[in-house]
Design a protein. Structure first.
Length: 396
C-alpha cells in the first residue's frame, strides 16, 4: 500500500498524463506588446539530487524520481543508510534499469550526503527531518540551487464532540499505528473535545485490539522501531504521561506496543518534538477557539486531521490554520491522491510533489514571447513627445 502500490499509481498517472503536461502552454499577451504570442515551455533543470529518508525507503526515493524522469532530468539518488537492505535492493534495481549517466544510486551515510551536497546540482529534492532540511537549504544557498524540502513536524488531529467516534477511532488507529507511527504525516497527537474523551479512548483501545490482536507483538501487521536510538528516544516519552493503553516495550526486539498516553502536559517533551513512533498523546479541550489559538503559535505542521460532522467547524479550522495538507474525517490518505500536491509549509517543508506537481517541481518554466510579423507599432520607440497620451492609454 505505502511503498510499491503507491509508486505504481504515481507511475501510471505520469505515463497517462505526461504528453499533456509537456505541452507548451499558451498564455494571453497584453495589448501593449502585441502583435505577439506567448507561451510557457517546461524544460528539465538538468541534474537533480534526490535524498531520501528511511521510513518509506522505496516510495520516498522513487516517487520523486518519477517526477524527475517525467520532466526529463538525470538523477542521483541517495537512499537512507538506516534502511541498508532496501537501499541495496533499490541500488541494484536502478543499476539494472537505467544507464548510470541517466540515473545512479549513491549509497552511504551523512558524509556521503554532505559530499554530494557540496557538488553542483541543478535541483535538490530532500525528504527527511527539519534539522537536516535546514542544512540542505544552507548547502543549496551556496550555489543558489533551487530545492524542495519534504520535512516533518507535529501533525495534530482534532476530534469534536459531534464526530462519528467509531469512524474516527478506526481511522486514527490506522493512521497512527501504520508502520508503528513512523510516518511523516501520522497524527502526532490527539485533541479531543472533553465530553467525548472517554468514549473515544474506549473506541481507540477497541480498535487497537481488533487490528493487532490481544498481543500486538505477535501481529504480522505491526512494525518495529527502526533502531535502538529511536527506540530509546520513544521509550523516554512513555514517562511524559499516564499510559491508557499499551506501553509495553522490548528493546531487543525494538518493539513498542501501540500506546495511548493521557494526562500529558503541553510542555512535556512528547508535545514538543515530532514523535515518529507508536505513542499517541490524547489531550482534552473545552473550546475550539482555544485549540486554534494554541496551534497558531506552533510551527506549521505537515498535516492536520479533523473529525467533525459540522461544515462550520471544518471551515473555521481549515480556514484559520496553515499546514501542508490534511483530511476531514480521515487520516493519511490525502497523500495518495495524485491530483493533490503533497508538501509542507514553513518548518514542515518547501515545495510540493505527486502527480502533475512532481512534473512541475522538476521543470523550469521557461517564458517565451514570439513577436508576429504583423507590423510594428511605432509607439514604443523614442522620442515619446506627443505619443505619451497614447502610451498612457495603452498601459492603463
Ligand atoms: P534525516 O533527516 O535524519 O535523514 C534523511 C536523509 O538525510 C538521509 O538520507 C541521511 O543520510 C541524510 N542526512 C542525515 N544527516 C545529514 C546531514 N547532516 N547532512 C546531509 N545529509 C544528512 O531523516 P530520517 O530520520 O531519515 O527521516 C525521518 C524524518 O523525515 C522525520 O522528521 C519525518 O517527518 C521526515 N519525513 C518527511 C516526509 C515528507 O514527505 N515530508 C516523509 C518521510 C519522512
Amino acid at each position: 500500500m505505502a511503498e510499491i502500490g503507491f509508486l505504481y499509481t504515481e507511475i501510471r498517472h505520469a505515463v497517462r498524463h505526461l504528453r499533456r503536461w509537456m505541452q507548451p502552454r499558451r498564455v494571453p499577451t497584453p495589448l501593449a506588446i502585441q502583435p505577439a504570442v506567448s507561451w510557457i515551455q517546461p524544460e528539465p533543470y538538468g541534474q537533480v539530487l534526490i535524498i531520501g529518508p528511511w521510513n518509506y525507503p522505496v516510495q520516498l526515493l522513487l516517487a520523486p524520481l518519477v517526477g524527475a524522469i517525467a520532466a526529463g532530468n538525470c538523477a542521483v539518488l541517495k537512499p537512507s543508510e538506516l534502511a541498508p537492505r532496501t537501499s541495496e535492493v533499490v541500488a541494484g534495481l536502478i543499476a539494472r534499469t537505467f544507464p548510470p549517466e541517466f540515473v545512479t544510486v549513491v549509497t552511504g551515510g551523512v558524509e556521503v550526503a554532505q559530499e554530494l551536497l557540496s557538488r553542483r546540482w541543478d535541483y535538490i529534492f530532500f525528504t527527511g527531518s527539519t534539522a537536516v532540511g535546514r542544512m540542505v537549504a544552507r548547502a543549496a544557498a551556496e550555489r543558489l540551487t533551487p530545492y524542495t524540502l519534504e520535512l516533518g513536524g507535529k501533525s495534530p488531529c482534532i476530534v469534536t464532540a459531534d464526530a462519528d467516534l467509531d469512524l474516527a477511532a478506526r481511522r486514527i488507529v490506522w493512521g497512527k499505528f501504520f508502520n508503528a507511527g513512523q510516518t511523516c504525516v501520522a497524527p502526532d497527537y490527539l485533541l479531543v473535545e472533553r465530553p467525548v474523551m472517554q468514549s473515544l479512548l474506549e473506541r481507540l483501545k477497541g480498535c487497537i485490539q481488533r487490528f493487532f490482536g490481544p498481543d500486538p507483538a505477535a501481529s504480522p501487521d505491526y512494525a518495529r522501531i527502526v533502531n535502538q536510538r529511536h527506540f530509546d528516544r520513544l521509550a523516554g516519552y512513555l514517562r511524559n504521561g499516564q499510559v491508557a493503553a499499551g506501553g509495553q516495550t522490548d528493546r531487543d526486539r525494538l518493539y513498542i506496543a501501540p500506546t495511548l498516553l493521557v494526562d500529558v502536559d503541553w510542555n512535556a517533551p512528547v508535545m514538543q518534538e515530532e514523535i515518529f513512533g507508536p505513542i499517541l498523546p490524547v489531550l482534552p479541550f473545552d473550546d475550539l477557539e482555544e485549540v486554534i489559538g494554541r496551534l497558531r503559535q506552533r510551527p506549521r505542521p505537515l498535516a492536520l486531521y479533523l473529525f467533525t460532522r459540522s461544515a462550520t467547524v471544518r471551515d473555521r479550522v481549515f480556514g484559520s490554520l496553515s499546514f501542508g495538507g490534511g483530511c476531514v474525517n480521515d487520516t493519511l490518505v490525502h497523500l495518495s491522491n495524485p491530483h493533490l500536491p503533497f508538501g509542507g509549509v514553513g518548518e514542515s517543508g518547501t515545495g510540493a510533489y505527486h502527480g502533475r506537481f512532481s512534473f512541475e517541481t522538476f521543470s523550469h518554466r521557461k517564458a517565451v514571447l514570439q513577436s508576429l510579423p504583423l507590423g510594428d507599432p511605432m509607439v514604443r520607440y523614442q522620442p515619446y513627445g506627443r505619443k505619451l497620451w497614447l502610451i498612457r492609454k495603452v498601459m492603463r
